[in-house]
Design a protein. Structure first.
Length: 509
């Protein structure tokens, strides 16, 4: 998820010189939009024949005339954000525009869903229940270091896999850093607990709406497709990551000289300073936590294709209790859930209304990223170059095994994840190409989604373009170079495990 934009400090301080700052996801996508629009003049138009369901048929690619004049192309560029939100796909011309009649091509459903879940999450945090709940967990386990580390990491990983918990972790350094120092660990243990705990959950997102949800929508599959593979990945990779951090923590506790970071003045005198009492969870806090857990559990239940998951057959007839919900229903669910949590927490009408509005406003950035990225695909569609790009990649992966194909999808998305650290923007941009490519390779689109999100999540564990990593090491007063030294062996291990899971998942489909 994207954190709210920080306000600039006011006052009379002289402007300071700043080095190069990597542009935001919105700026990157604006540049990509113009670049793709310009490239559309050079890339020949072409099309595949399609099935009744609209999926391209391998081997049927042929060149066509795009029929777009310069004025038409300028109109596409001008309207790309609008088309990205509510562009309509004309069934006859296969062009996208806001005034056509046909099927919705824009990402209005996902856009509203992001705003709705932003409102819900903001209301939950405004109650203070989640912060205090984690604080109570840390206090109860303060004398059992390894269990404390594992407990916090698992909680963060669960939040990461179901709702993309990432930037929210920045608020926990003030609690966890002194606690880890008090237990005889170093600052890197706190960094690993927070960044890697939440990060591995996002890497193995099961129903994370900002990763799996957006990618599944762009791939035209259900949010629950592929959830079994992602869940198994989450269990194994979370266990490996927890073990890695615990192993390092125990080594530092036994032999402090082996710390990667060393200790700042006063760190070693921290012992037991952080053992003060943490306020108890009130009845309202407990009710909010239970309500939040039930909402996410119901979301998972509503999107999972249970008949396919339990029988292993993609075309299994849905059970009577399956809801088969998609983004419109989920958006409504989280709006209602935000109101429910506010009522349970007795926030009052004025505060609840203001918090819901503020939550939606805070999440407008990732929502707009999705719109801009979808606008790029509209330009490609109207210029009829999407199939040409797909055809060129088809030639590269043709003849590869399904397992190798899944690994290739993972690898080729690594540099894209660096350039576009926004998971939602990356997904909306990449999946319209990757999903049909998976069809050609005989691999489930769900595996392509899993490969994509694994690449995004793996990169976001260490790249300096993410606020979670850079902000985290800064708050913990740990050098970024030392963090890389600490995390590199784990990254290599996770890379191998991800490739293994993807190859196995592709082979099974």
């Amino acid at each position: 998820m994207s954190a709210p934009t920080e306000s600039r400090p006011t006052g009379t301080e002289p402007p300071r010189r700043r080095g190069f700052t990597f542009p935001s996801a919105l700026t990157v996508l604006a540049i990509v939009t113009v670049a793709v629009w310009a490239l559309a003049f050079l890339i020949p138009a072409g099309q595949y024949d399609r099935t009744p369901a609209g999926r391209p048929i391998q081997g049927t690619y042929h060149r066509v005339d795009s029929g777009r004049s310069l004025a038409d192309r300028l109109d596409d560029l001008f309207l790309s954000p609008v088309n990205g939100l509510y562009g309509i796909l004309d069934g006859k011309t296969e062009l996208v525009g806001p005034d056509f009649a046909g099927e919705l091509y824009g990402s209005a459903g996902v856009f509203l869903f992001v705003l709705a879940i932003g409102a819900f999450i903001t209301v939950v945090f405004a109650t203070g229940a989640l912060d205090r709940g984690i604080g109570r967990l840390a206090h109860r386990l303060r004398t059992r270091g390894a269990l404390l580390i594992a407990g916090i990491m698992v909680v963060f990983s669960v939040l990461g896999t179901v709702e993309g918990f990432a930037e929210e972790t920045l608020g926990f350094y003030g609690l966890i850093v002194p606690l880890m120092l008090a237990l005889g660990y170093d600052r890197m243990v706190a960094v690993g607990t927070i960044i890697l705990g939440a990060g591995v959950g996002v890497l193995c997102s099961t129903v994370n709406p900002f990763a799996t949800g957006v990618a599944s929508s762009a791939a035209d599959i259900s949010l629950g497709d592929g959830i079994v593979l992602r869940f198994v990945m989450w269990v194994v990779l979370t266990a490996v990551t927890v073990a890695y951090v615990v192993r390092y923590a125990r080594r530092v506790q036994r032999r402090p000289e082996r710390s990667v970071t060393g200790f700042l003045p006063g760190d070693r005198e921290h012992a037991r300073d952080a053992s003060g009492e943490v306020p108890e969870l009130t009845g309202l806090h407990k009710a909010v936590l239970v309500t939040t857990a039930l909402v996410f559990a119901f979301m998972i239940f509503s999107v999972v294709p249970w008949s396919s998951a339990l029988t292993g057959k993609a075309d299994a007839r849905p059970y009577g209790f399956e809801l088969g919900w998609s983004f419109p229903q989920l958006a409504a669910l989280f709006v209602c859930a935000a109101v429910l949590v506010g009522v349970v927490a007795r926030m009052g009408e004025q505060k609840l209304s203001a918090t819901i509005v503020q939550g939606a406003a805070d999440f407008i950035s990732p929502a707009l990223v999705i719109v801009l990225a979808r606008g790029v695909t509209v330009i490609m569609n109207n210029s009829k170059i999407t199939d040409t790009v797909l055809h060129s990649i088809e030639g590269v992966v043709q003849g590869t095994s399904s397992g190798l194909f899944a690994i290739i999808v993972f690898v080729v998305n690594l540099p894209l994840a660096f350039l576009i650290p926004s998971t939602s923007g990356h997904a909306t941009l990449a999946m319209p190409i990757l999903a049909p490519l998976a069809d050609f390779a005989g691999v489930s689109r769900a595996v392509a989604v899993t490969a994509w999100q694994a690449a995004s999540g793996w990169m976001n564990l260490w790249v300096p373009t993410t606020a979670v990593t850079i902000g985290g090491v800064a708050l913990a007063k740990v050098g970024y170079d030392k963090y890389l030294r600490f995390v590199f062996p784990l990254l290599a291990l996770l890379f191998v495990l991800i490739c293994g899971f993807l190859a196995a998942g592709a082979a099974m489909t």
